[in-house]
Design a protein around this ligand. Structure first.
Ligand SMILES: C[S@@+](CC[C@H](N)C(=O)[O-])C[C@H]1O[C@@H](n2cnc3c(N)ncnc32)[C@H](O)[C@@H]1O
Length: 218
């Protein structure tokens, strides 16, 4: 399944959907086409990127069901009851949230630093309702879905690193196996004592999860 199709399966019915950092606008198109939202906001920091979504969704824009806003993150986004931020880094998503607010309902799909994003959301008292992984057959993607308020049960180290639902998902096994082989190969390179200690800790964590958590998942 392609990334957009899998990503969209985590989106739910809402009144006003905001596709932040939308680029092409395929997720907004999915929501509008399938009648999953009444109105939609498409936004991107790049006007050139946003133009792609404006083109794709021109009929919805003409019908008054879709509004395009060029802005940084959530800066000018108001009134959305579900916000998607996908395809950018976890640190960038954290920056967006820090600069504005945590949306009432959100789906985040960070391209990296998912652990940092989870930690931030938990620290801010969000309820993480789904914390999963999916693959398009080539790459692996973490997806974090939740609410601004509600609190999550305490997260352990494995959950924080890889996501609560990922640990029960067979897809994680493939991700961990690939990460282990990548990180083990990095260990042969020269690096600082600190970098080596961090890398070894990551390798140990992955090994532990592979041995303890993903048994029978494949
Ligand atoms: C790889 S595309 C992701 C598009 C789509 N969300 C997806 O998941 O396929 C990344 C887009 O994020 C936009 N972007 C990056 N940082 C942003 C920010 N702080 N605020 C809004 N858009 C941003 C870029 O301009 C680019 O169009």
């Amino acid at each position: 399944m392609d990334r957009i199709k899998s990503l969209c399966s985590y989106l739910e019915n809402c009144t006003v959907f905001a596709d932040v950092a939308c680029d092409h606008g395929y997720c907004a198109q999915y929501m509008l086409k399938n009648g999953l939202c009444e109105k939609c906001i498409i936004s991107d920091v790049s006007d050139k990127s946003l133009d792609k979504a404006r083109g794709l969704l021109s009929s919805y824009i003409s019908a008054g069901r879709c509004t395009a806003i060029c802005c940084d993150g959530l800066e000018k986004i108001e009134g959305a009851d579900l916000v998607l931020i996908a395809g950018i880094g976890g640190e960038e998503i954290i920056k967006i949230l820090k600069n504005s607010y945590i949306p009432e309902n959100f789906v985040f799909q960070p391209m990296k630093n998912a652990r940092e994003l989870r930690a931030y959301l938990i620290e801010k008292g969000c309820e993480i309702t789904r914390d999963d992984i999916f693959s398009d057959g080539r790459n692996y993607y973490f997806v974090i879905k939740g609410k601004a308020f509600g609190k999550s049960p305490a997260y352990g180290a494995y959950e924080l690193a890889f996501g609560r639902d990922s640990l029960k998902n067979a897809v994680l096994n493939g991700y961990l196996t690939a990460e282990l082989s990548k990180k083990q190969s990095y260990l042969s390179a020269q690096m600082s004592v600190k970098a080596r200690a961090e890398l070894e800790a990551e390798v140990k964590l992955i090994r532990e999860v592979l041995e303890n958590e993903t048994d029978g998942n494949t």
